[in-house]
Design a protein around this ligand. Structure first.
Ligand code: ADE
Length: 401
């Protein structure tokens, strides 16, 4: 935590101001996030702002146990998380956090919101609002909202520019490569690296894999994103064709059963497959197991499936987020902005949540821009200002050539 702290100057600034103003005094915040070093700094920031914080994991394999331990032992926080917890324990922990009668839910993947909505009588009474960290969670919330079932307002932190343009792109880009390298120690130069999905996360990953010298193939279902990938200079082809060429294949789609039986059958011997999408649903490991005669842990983070055809398929991190299962997730320098958004969104909800209708809301634009300004300032980088004439020009329709 001491090593990461100087990389999170925006969050630290918010913490210093909040420690004086105490905008979250008496507010109970239930957090379901990856329990990492960076999250620990967010928890300390919320606490400095006066919040009563409880934390559980948003993925069974992403918890850093030493961090969970220090938050409990040295900082007196309520943390319910242990790396490798099973599904039952994962949900027990979610319920333990919600049982503390939260005012605000802070999610990464919408498991708190979804649990509250399944048992509103038990968990919903005290909640005034929520925040959501990730694309998959925002999609779940939008579905609740579209059906008219969302019970409280939620701020979609993921939609802030200072979140997805940096965390999803550069964070996932770097940390996914980091996870693959820590697990496999493979040479990427010259390898055929397939990225399934060209959202912000896929874009970042494809860019970084190319930077390491891999031959990158992108697969997509969206014609616009597919075209973007073509014009960004990547090879684009259907997944069925790409799997035959892949040495390493990563799913980053947010969808389910992206790799299934027909894909596994066409893979090269010794292929490495991994997932960097939020849930462990992108690789159909049940189908892979049915094609296999043996599964063994070859080294930490690598399960090798020996297919009856004689080929092997190597799965990283049990098909869970490879950047968190096999590495440490995104570096603090990028989580700084994501978690600055979370902290400020939480303050915003504490102040205005009771007056908002139950819908999904963006982070206020001025908050987003302020975070970018602070980050640039912390990097010692200045930018230009518009002159009064330029401001007038940009807001007029009369002036042409
Ligand atoms: N999501 C991706 N990387 C993360 C990190 N380091 N901490 C918390 N959430 C994350």
């Amino acid at each position: 935590m001491d090593w990461a702290e100087p990389q999170m100057p925006v969050l630290l600034r918010i913490r210093a101001r909040a420690a004086k103003q105490r905008p979250l005094k008496g507010v109970r915040v239930a957090c379901c996030l990856h329990v990492t070093t960076e999250t620990a700094h967010l928890m300390l920031t919320l606490r400095a702002a006066g919040a009563d914080v409880a934390l559980c994991a948003s993925n069974p394999l992403s918890t850093q146990d030493d961090i969970a331990a220090t938050l409990v032992k040295d900082h007196g926080l309520a943390v319910f998380a242990v790396r490798g917890e099973n599904r039952a324990t994962y949900y027990e922990h979610i319920k333990a956090v919600l049982a503390r009668r939260a005012h605000i839910t802070m999610d990464d993947g919408a498991d708190l919101v979804s649990t509250v909505h399944k048992q509103p009588g038990r968990f919903g009474g005290s909640v005034i609002g929520g925040t959501e960290e990730t694309t998959t969670g925002v999609i779940r919330l939008q579905s609740l909202d579209a059906q008219g079932k969302l019970r409280y307002p939620v701020i979609a932190v993921n939609e802030a520019s200072t979140k997805h343009l940096f965390d999803n792109r550069y964070g996932t880009g770097q940390s996914t490569i980091d996870g693959i390298l820590r697990a496999t120690n493979r040479l990427l130069a010259g390898s055929v690296f397939v990225v399934a999905g060209y959202g912000w996360c896929g874009k970042g990953l494809a860019q970084r894999a190319r930077g390491m010298g891999a031959q990158v193939i992108v697969t997509e279902v969206d014609p616009i994103k597919g075209l973007e990938a073509v014009m960004d200079g990547f090879q684009v082809m259907p997944l069925g064709a790409a799997v035959r060429r892949a040495d390493i294949l990563v799913t980053v789609t947010g969808c389910a059963q992206v790799l299934s039986t027909r894909h596994f059958r066409g893979m090269k011997d010794g292929v490495i497959i991994a997932n960097a999408g939020h849930f462990d649903v992108e690789l159909d490991l049940g189908a892979l197991k049915r094609l296999s005669r043996r599964v063994r842990v070859l080294r930490s983070g690598i399960q090798q499936y020996a297919l009856r055809s004689g080929r092997t398929v190597n799965v990283l991190g049990e098909g869970r987020l490879v950047n968190l299962a096999c590495a440490e997730g995104h570096p603090p320098g990028v989580m700084d902005m994501s978690f600055a958004n979370q902290a400020l969104a939480c303050e915003y909800l504490a102040k205005r949540g009771r007056r908002l209708e139950p819908h999904v809301y963006p982070v206020p634009a001025e908050m987003d821009r302020e975070i970018a300004r602070l980050k640039l300032a912390s990097l010692g980088i200045g930018i230009d200002r518009l002159t009064p004439f330029q401001k007038r020009y940009l807001s007029s329709w009369e002036l042409g050539t």
